[in-house]
Design a protein around this ligand. Structure first.
Ligand code: NAD
Length: 495
């Protein structure tokens, strides 16, 4: 099947020499350094984007501060919710345009952007919008002694922290951007967001729609470019909080920089090496279907996706045989090919890194299926299944963030728990079994921010998400995000 036709508005947007969006205006600075944005499906340059200069980043922080003090920060919670709901409506109405923009620069299948990323962004926005009117403190009765009949009362207020710097990765740049924008704006904060330099387009369009939805100029700013811009934001004294999603090494650098800048609040959503455990009673077909749905979606470039599978030795051969057969039959194609089941990796550097992993796996004779790059143009590789040599196999410990899944059989459940926890990461984990009592006993023993049972990877706005150990600090979604985007002020009164 051939590629879908691009909407004229998408072509116009790409041709418009995009840059940044600051104080309610699309800005492409004259003379700015421009960086190439590639189409991973073809390897060709899609467009060039103007990198925000230090002066423009400064302007963005000042504009966000102005909006915090003068407009958005004093907008009533009800009206904040109304504007966010309107933004959700506009994203829905312009869904195809956003899906095409996102697929073009990320290599994500149009099927996924149309049916998951864009609609889920809308679901998340509406969920957050509902919280705007439900942020509150508590009242307390102090126990201070009363000498002359005086009494005391106390209460807490949740106050927006101020200007938030959001820094996001390339894998779900629209949806992760929306998470940060919605968290900040719901709480009354304003935001300057720096998307990944690989996927700088879709959030620029969201910023235009936000203005249309009634979010005032300066409340949401997008500054595009390299990590240098992230560093400038983190070190800026006007930034009250940094919300980062990305890799562990960058996250550690971001966390240190934020603390040493001004003890700036920081939340880190980092990588994982997520284990999935298939107990002896699992149905082989259901296990295979579950692995295909969760480990290979978006070519495995999903932070929460399972990369290491511990399968009971009585089922390991059957599951691996069926999985290898299904992976080998997947139709590979570009992001805009509606019939493709498996697309390109998101960028050349990541492609080369994954090909390097293939070389190691082939040299060690671990490949059960796949393990080769595919001919270009575009950054295509085969979906890959490896068999681990033992529990210390590097493929059970290092995040690949690609379509490389490694299997190790187990017999004993105490060994299983030890192996699942033998990782510096703790983002997500899953247990697959029909014995729910057994699952309930395993859940508390697993070191992870989220444990799924008979599912994996799925996120929902009502369920807090984040990592333990080296996978991060803080939680998104649920009501948990409110703690991170507001400051708790205590008030005591004598009367
Ligand atoms: P990355 O860490 O390379 O980049 C993330 C962002 O940080 C980009 O915008 C980048 O420009 C910026 N950046 C780079 N250096 C910086 C610096 N010194 N200071 C400030 N900002 C800097 O990550 P990536 O390759 O874009 O994304 C893949 C990683 O993200 C994987 O490890 C994946 O597991 C992780 N991830 C985590 C989650 C989560 O919710 N936990 C979600 C998606 C992706």
């Amino acid at each position: 099947m051939s590629d879908i036709a691009l909407l004229p508005s998408v072509q116009r947007f790409i041709d418009s020499q995009p840059g940044s969006f600051v104080e309610g205006q699309a800005i492409s600075e004259a003379g700015a350094e421009r960086f190439d944005v590639f189409n991973p499906s073809t390897g060709e340059v899609l467009t060039q984007v103007a990198q925000a200069s230090p002066a423009l980043v400064e302007h963005a922080v000042q504009a966000a501060h102005g909006a915090f003090v003068n407009s958005w920060g004093s907008t009533t919670p009800y009206l904040r919710g109304v504007a966010l709901n309107r933004l959700a409506d506009l994203i829905e109405a312009n869904g195809e345009e956003l899906a095409q923009l996102e697929s073009l620069s990320s290599g994500k299948s149009i099927h996924l952007t149309r049916h998951l990323e864009v609609p889920q962004s809308v679901v998340f926005l509406r969920y957050f919008a509902g919280w705007a009117t439900k942020i509150h403190g508590q009242t307390m009765t102090p126990s201070l002694p009363s000498m002359q009949g005086e009494q005391y009362a106390a209460f807490t207020r949740r106050e927006a922290v101020g200007v938030v710097a959001g820094i996001t990765p390339w894998n779900f740049s629209l949806m992760i951007g929306i998470w940060k924008i919605a968290s900040a704006l719901t709480c009354g904060c304003t935001i300057v967001l720096k998307p990944s330099e690989f996927t700088p387009l879709s959030l620029l369009r969201v910023a235009q729609l936000a203005l249309e939805a009634g979010v005032p100029p300066g409340a949401l700013n997008i500054v595009n470019g390299s990590g240098r811009i992230g560093q400038q934001l983190i070190g800026h004294p006007g930034v009250a909080k940094v919300s980062f999603t990305g890799s562990v090494p960058t996250g550690v650098a971001v966390g240190k920089a934020a603390l040493s800048a001004n003890l700036t609040r920081v939340t880190l959503e980092l990588g994982g090496k997520n284990p999935a455990a298939f107990l002896a009673d699992v149905d082989v077909d259901q296990a295979v279907e579950g692995i295909l749905q969760t480990a290979y979606v978006h070519q495995g470039q999903v932070c929460a996706a399972p990369e290491r599978l511990y399968i009971h030795s009585s089922k390991v051969d059957a599951i691996c045989a069926e999985l290898a057969q299904r992976l080998g039959a997947m139709k590979v194609g570009g992001a805009l090919d509606e019939s493709a089941q498996f697309g390109p990796l998101a960028n050349k550097a990541h492609h080369d890194k994954i090909v390097g992993f293939f070389a190691q796996a082939n040299a060690r004779g671990q490949v059960l299926c796949g393990g080769k790059p595919l001919p270009g143009p575009g950054y295509f590789v085969e979906p890959t299944l490896l068999r681990a040599t033992d529990a210390q196999d590097p493929f059970l410990h290092e995040e690949t963030f690609g379509p490389i899944v490694t299997v190790l059989p187990f017999d004993d459940e105490d060994d299983l728990v030890r192996m699942m926890n033998d990782s510096p990461f703790g983002l997500g984990a899953s247990v697959w079994t029909n014995d729910l009592a057994k699952a309930m006993r395993l859940i508390p023993r697993i070191e992870a921010g989220t444990v799924w049972v008979n599912m994996h990877t799925f996120l929902d706005p009502s369920v807090p998400f984040g990592g333990v150990k080296g996978s991060g600090i803080g939680r998104e979604f649920g009501s948990a995000f409110i703690d991170d985007y507001t400051e708790l002020k205590s008030v005591m009164m004598r009367f």
